[in-house]
Design a protein around this ligand. Structure first.
Ligand code: PHE
Length: 446
């Protein structure tokens, strides 16, 4: 048997896991979800869920991964068998679905990188920028070309393996992302009128909260932390026994939520400064930020950097999604890493085509409940598969392997910390009940 690959260092692992978590979910999705859900109240509920259920499920995934040293399906088969591997099967299905539409949006960011250099975005009028965006995503071929380019890049990193590809890329890209975010936030909050956006994000108005706000916050927490589909199980499976799992889970959760808040502070002030509607939806990032850049000295340069970093954040996340599927085929189906990455990457590209076309020619094709293909893929994965995955992952750790899970936490120094009891209460009871309740409420079941 070939020895399992391992991360080169603790920092490398944390950056790779943070690279998975920090992505379009934080920079593109979070600000428009917060915008559509009343701002501050959404933020409070979101952070509340992240640091209770999110952090606990992340630790559970790391534990399952390192304990089994297996992919998302194989881990459950090895630790218990029976019907449990179905959790991993759902996870692999979620990986196909998420990456298919994720790559479409990531493709937009690559195109916007090019547009910033060619001057196509040097337009100060936000309405005109709205038209540019709308026309671009509604086009049939060019978004597909960028979707293909992005999938090719993702395949390329995964091909290069865990240490040489995923870890190496994350160590360069994540620090760059942080630095640029800070520069851009300073610019955005100092725009005339920008403070209104800060107030919108930081002063919660709970009168706007409904169950759908809470269920949106839950979906967003799972999506943003890369939980519920085995990405963190897979990354955890490449960890050595000397690593401190709770510390790592804490760091990744903290970095991820920090970037979400920072992205909110970057986008929402600009939205208010330019008089946009914060609930404008998925176009928010692609329309308001270019308007900000167009008014700055060296704006084209900053715009290029911003979209480059958005593409990078997307890439380190996409890599982790593809790795979930690749690890399964490599571990359990005897496929080589190369063939697995290329073939699966291609299938995911095909699945993304209808999502891309949903922005144009297929825009009026409503598949179910008034949702077009893109929205449906997003809904099935983020609102159903991930939370359901998280529910069963919690139950698995809390009830099926609880004894071994505690030992796994203590593996690096032999001490079971006292807070483990609290974690046990969360994974055994609170997380499963809360997730089930929020899901059913959000779906309007009762
Ligand atoms: N967390 C990533 C983001 O925020 C997306 C992702 C979801 C990655 C699920 C892996 C698993 O963009």
């Amino acid at each position: 048997m070939i020895k399992r690959e391992h991360w080169g260092s603790r920092l490398g692992f944390i950056l790779a896991a943070a690279g998975s978590a920090v992505g379009l979910g934080n920079i593109w999705k979070f600000p428009y979800m917060a915008g559509a859900n009343g701002g501050g109240a959404f933020l409070v509920i979101y952070l509340g869920l992240v640091f209770t259920i999110g952090l606990s499920v992340m630790l559970a995934e790391f534990v399952i991964g390192r304990m089994s040293e297996k992919n998302a399906i194989g881990a459950f088969a090895k630790l218990k068998g029976g019907l449990w591997p179905i959790i991993g099967v759902f996870g692999v299905a979620a990986a196909f679905i998420i990456l298919s539409f994720y790559s479409v949006v990531a493709g937009w960011t690559i195109s916007y990188m090019i547009k910033s250099v060619t001057g196509a975005l040097a337009v100060e009028d936000p309405a005109a920028l709205g038209d540019i965006f709308g026309t671009f995503i509604a086009d049939t071929t060019s978004p597909l070309i960028f979707h293909a380019v992005f999938m090719a890049l993702t395949v390329f990193v995964v091909l290069a393996g865990v240490g040489g590809g995923i870890e190496r890329a994350s160590k360069i890209l994540m620090p760059a992302l942080f630095a640029l975010l800070i520069v851009l936030i300073v610019r955005s909050v100092t725009l005339p009128g920008g403070m209104e956006g800060v107030a919108f994000l930081l002063s919660p108005d709970f009168s706007k909260v409904t169950w759908s706000t809470v269920s949106d916050a839950l979906s967003q927490a799972f999506f943003s932390l890369s939980l519920g589909m085995g990405a963190m199980i897979t990354y955890g499976s490449y960890l050595s026994k000397k690593e401190n799992l709770p510390g790592s889970a804490g760091w990744v959760t903290l970095l991820d939520s920090a970037v979400a808040v920072m992205a909110g502070l970057l986008i929402l002030p600009a939205v208010f400064a330019f008089g946009f509607d914060p609930s404008a939806g998925p176009g928010l990032t692609f329309i308001t930020l270019p308007a900000v850049f167009a008014q700055m000295p060296f704006g084209a340069f900053f715009a290029f950097l911003f979209f480059l970093l958005l593409a990078i954040a997307a890439l380190t996340s996409a890599v982790s999604i593809l790795e979930v599927v690749v690890a399964y085929f490599v571990d359990d189906r005897g496929v080589s890493r190369k063939s697995a990455a290329v073939i699966i990457g291609f299938v995911i590209f095909l699945l993304g085509i209808p999502s891309s076309l949903s922005m144009g020619v297929m825009g009026d094709v409503k598949i179910i409940a008034g949702k077009n293909f893109f929205d449906l893929m997003d809904f099935i994965s983020s609102s159903l598969l991930l939370p359901i995955g998280g529910l069963f992952i919690s139950l698995f750790v809390g009830w099926v392997v609880w004894g071994k899970a505690q030992e796994e936490i203590a593996a690096h120094n032999g001490v079971i910390p006292i807070w483990v009891g609290a974690w046990g209460v969360i994974v055994k009871f609170i997380a499963p009940i809360a997730i089930a309740f929020i899901l059913l409420k959000g779906l309007g079941v009762f």
